[in-house]
Design a protein around this ligand. Structure first.
Ligand code: 13P
Length: 408
């Protein structure tokens, strides 16, 4: 299982002077190509699910596929919700499998950005999830697929970064220094002096969005100045679209399979090129041995009740699924009844937490306290519970899989 702690992964890159590629995935072709590229380069990688691209796919389904592919991958993989704009969106991202989130308050005033980011940091950290924030605003150009895209950049002010960092406690900081979303290569003009000042002021990994617009030579300069994560999409979309157009020209009557033939391969080639350029190639083994795996926790209770029939228990279960399923960090609530009537325990709850940090968050959450004290405990007088993480291979046998606590 190669789903790993995103915070530790990015800090590994920060300490060891390379950058993790964070590639947007918008379909299964992109997902396979990004993982394939990382495996070919033996590099750690981040899969980005981007809020403003949700019109292109069903988030819940692609997120589930990303989790499945990450677990199966031979390299360390993390999954980030990118450009979330609300706390609700962040909570949804965590629920469906993201183990890192980016909150984009870059179009707000400084004060509003601080307040939104801090709110998200508080709730995400209570779920063990790290947060990337953006200070300044990375502008959008024509290649950015958001409707009506094109706006003006606001460069990150070195005078604001320290205060922003202290007040928000974000884990990583996306900066605007001339990088632009959705731009053809080589059009930007990076302010590396500004980046160096920011790097000297805050000891957090810096993030560059708009990787597609940068020339090969610029990446090394960024990494040398504290950049440990690079977001990249437009060029992947460009090579994929070019391939589809080429296929259509070659075979005008071509069916779907003909039109998308080779798309994965060209995306993968571009991913491989980036990972090598960003010094991430051949880092997978070091990350796998030094970075904690990402482990969900299952909270399981088996119980009997004082009730003579199932009816009141089924009502309580329905209420529990509704109330408990909305607690931050809860990924799903399963309620069950034993198959045989003479089972030692007749009912169960299985509540999946995104991370071990959710054990305390859940226990102390007012909705849980109220439900447990008024509806569950008075009727479930006979119960046992366990919080467990999955043990499934030799690696788990050898290491303590207790997820590391999040800093901040
Ligand atoms: P590009 O599409 O310009 O590579 O930027 C991607 C990005 O920053 C996603 O957050």
């Amino acid at each position: 299982m190669a789903l790993v702690n995103l915070r530790e992964m990015v800090y590994h890159a920060y300490r060891n002077h390379y950058a993790i590629g964070a590639f947007d995935i918008v379909s299964l072709d992109f997902l396979h190509a990004v993982i394939g590229g990382a495996e070919a380069q033996c590099a750690p990688v981040i899969l980005n699910l981007v809020e403003h691209q949700f019109h292109l796919y069903d988030f819940e389904i692609l997120a589930a596929a990303a989790v499945c592919a990450a677990r199966r991958a031979g390299v360390p993989v993390a999954i980030q919700l990118d450009h979330a704009t609300t706390t609700d969106s962040v909570l949804r991202g965590i629920r469906y499998g993201c183990n890192g989130v980016m909150i984009d308050g870059s179009e707000l005033s400084f004060e509003e950005n601080v307040r939104l980011t801090r709110r998200v940091v508080d709730v995400a950290h209570s779920c063990g999830i790290p947060v990337e924030a953006e200070l300044g605003h990375v502008a959008r150009r024509v290649g950015d697929e958001r409707p009506g895209s094109r706006d003006q950049p606001v460069y990150t002010s070195p005078d604001e970064v320290k205060l922003f960092q202290r007040r928000t406690k974000a884990d990583f900081l996306a900066v605007s220094i001339g990088n632009v979303h959705g731009q053809p290569v080589g059009r930007g003009q990076l302010d590396l002096t500004r980046l160096a000042r920011i790097h000297a002021l805050v000891d957090v990994p810096l993030v560059i969005h708009g990787g597609s617009g940068l020339s090969d030579a610029e990446f090394g300069c960024l990494i040398d100045r504290g950049v440990a994560k690079i977001n990249y999409y437009t060029m992947l979309s460009t090579v994929a679209a070019r391939r589809i157009r080429g296929n259509a020209i070659e075979d005008r009557a071509g069916a779907y399979g003909t039109l998308v033939n080779g798309v994965r391969e060209v995306i993968q080639q571009e991913v491989e090129r980036c990972l090598a350029l960003w010094r991430a190639a051949d880092r997978a083994d070091a990350v796998l041995s030094e970075v904690a795996p990402w482990s969900e926790v299952e909270h399981m209770i088996v119980y009997n009740t004082i009730d003579e029939s199932d009816e009141p228990v089924l009502d309580m279960m329905a209420e529990g699924r509704r109330v408990l399923g909305n607690i931050p960090g809860v990924r799903r609530v399963v309620t069950g009844r034993a198959v045989t009537k003479d089972a030692k325990y007749r009912y169960c709850w299985l509540v999946r937490f995104a991370h071990a940090a959710v054990i305390n968050t859940y226990r102390d959450h007012p909705a849980h306290v109220e439900f447990a004290n008024t509806l569950f405990r008075p009727r479930a007088d006979n119960r046992i519970s366990i919080d467990f993480t999955e043990v499934n291979d030799l690696t788990d046998r050898e290491r303590d899989t207790t997820p590391a606590p999040i800093a901040g």
